[in-house]
Design a protein around this ligand. Sequence first.
Ligand SMILES: *Cc1c(COP(=O)(O)O)cnc(C)c1O
Length: 478
Amino acid sequence: MNTLFADSRPGRTGALPRRPELRAADMLPPSLLRKDRPRLPELSELDVVRHFTRLSQRNYSVDANCYPLGSCTMKYNPKFMEYVASLPGFTALHPLMAQLRGAGHYTQGALQILWEMERLLCEITGMAAFTLQPMAGAHGEFTGAMLIAAYHRDRGNKKNKILIPDSAHGTNPASATLAGFEVVNIPSRDGILDPDDLEAALDDTVAALMMTCPNTLGLFENRLPALVEKLRRVDALLYYDGANMNAILGKMRVGDAGFDVVHLNLHKTFGTPHGGGGPGAGPVGVSARLEPFLPVSRVARQQDGSFCLDYDHPKSIGYIAPFYGNFAVVLKAYAYILRLGREGLRRASEYAVLNANYLRKRLETILDMPCQRLCMHEFVASAPQGLRALDIAKAMLDGQVHAPTVYFPLIVPECLMFEPTETESKQTLDALAELLDEIVRRGQASPDDLAHAPYHTPVRRLDETLAARSMVLTEDMA
Ligand SMILES: *Cc1c(COP(=O)(O)O)cnc(C)c1O
């Protein structure tokens, strides 16, 4: 496929004539006018439409097919959320209008949504307060780790360690390290954290336990009360990685279970198509004892019922993001929560867990299953003896299906991690199982055949290291 520059033809223009009244030379001082013509491609409108339509068809998306990428919740997002986020009352809003004399009232609706969203998330999770500012799950984890540090500093506690089970998401140790903690890894037993193993790692220097629940094996940590009790004894806090809250909505509240900090991934659980690193939002909820440390600004309701940004929190950890965080993502999640309502959110979780267990059972005779147990929203499998997870994943691309997450979590050999999500139908899951059956049979008959897949994608196997080390990001226009 050519680039727009390669398709450029001198003098070719769009369908509409230029507006003669709009001449840059009449509007800008001569010092700001460029001397040379910009080297932009010259194309017709049709050239451009075809180019981008073809390009979009080469992208893989949930709108095109199933996307069982574990731990990512690549689910279908209803289009009405895009409609809500594109309303001009939101898109034409600038956050500084709040400070502009006579324009403050324009931001009241946006502030009210943020204020209500915080309360909705408190209701869903059982936490005392939320900040909506973090712009990704990992950013939420980092914020949470900073809150834990601020809490202990305030109490004069000398604590420098965070315990993290080996079944936690990979971002957990990275975030805790970035916040200045020493990370201590605890092995899981039968896929979950055992209170005795926690006990063995526990002492007065432990600031917190950071756990992903359901963990990366798709298992619910069902020993929570015993873990909470042990941590309380040494004044250690409990961090809940709730990125995959779509497994437990309406079933269990993190705050009721005794956790002090939780982050949610709005872009997974509550919609917003994401991928390639964005866009996202990772709000952080805290128990009452951590509320004074939340980042500023915070949205407050004044006595007359109007809303404002409140900076008067002397113990706050300070700024972690400009203005309101990733407002459009928060807005879409707010619309999603109101549209589904209490019953709808609970049902979404039930379908997420049902779909994962259905697919797990369907694949039981096709792949190896390291955990023969009910899973939550996702599960892990291993490539059968003699086959590689990578080869199976590559062969799936020829079947027009996105691959599952591979080689993660690290504690499972030749790992394939599936998350079908709540939005796929039984027919789609059956088709996915049939595709995998066919691929595994093919691989067992001829491993070499699988080792060279995919055969029908625009590019085949890439040297990923080389691609990352020597990226070519520009078109040579010479
Ligand atoms: C996706 C995910 C994260 C990281 O979220 P980002 O928005 O990608 O930073 C953290 N923990 C878990 C369990 C996740 O699934």
